[in-house]
Design a protein around this ligand. Sequence first.
Ligand code: HEC
Length: 163
Amino acid sequence: MDLGKRGLLALLSAALMSPAFGHAGEPPAHKDGGPAAAESGSAARQMMIGSMPAKYRALANPVAPTGQAVRRGADLYAALCAVCHGATGLGDGFGGEALGTSPATLVHTMGAPYASDPYLYWSIAEGGVELNTEMPAYADVLEPDEIWQVILYMRADFRCEVC
Ligand code: HEC
């Protein structure tokens, strides 16, 4: 990932923390169900599975799940994703508080049958552009191998005891 883009994302995170950001008048979606609500903003994406672009459908993770790859994924997750999805994937990052759609509880996602490698890669690469959510698109920010490292990390660490 190049440094200019990292800086841009830091700015985005800062903007999310500012009180000026958000949907005036609309209460944050996850206030009702709480941040751990199972649907947590991913219901629309699951309904879009059928229209996942063909280029993602046959993807398989080419990165071996070594300790090094998982640690690299953990670093990327902490730097880029935890602000919204929470340090442990509970969807409780403070950046999510002002969003119209609550960040997915990734511990639930990782235990769900729909969370195939193509689904996860597609979600991270294209973000919420098609769905009109605030999930950022990382296709131009992260190298493909970095996206796979984040996926390896989430598979290794995010488990939900109550799912
Ligand atoms: C600005 C806040 C924000 C950041 C930063 C963010 N996300 Fe998200 N993410 C969301 C929201 C909101 C959703 C739910 C709506 C959607 O699926 O588009 C979501 C959805 C997802 C989903 C789909 C989950 C499901 O069950 O369908 C995955 C996977 C995901 N994010 C992974 C990541 C990863 C990995 C990163 C970091 C590289 C990241 N996100 C960074 C806000 C964010």
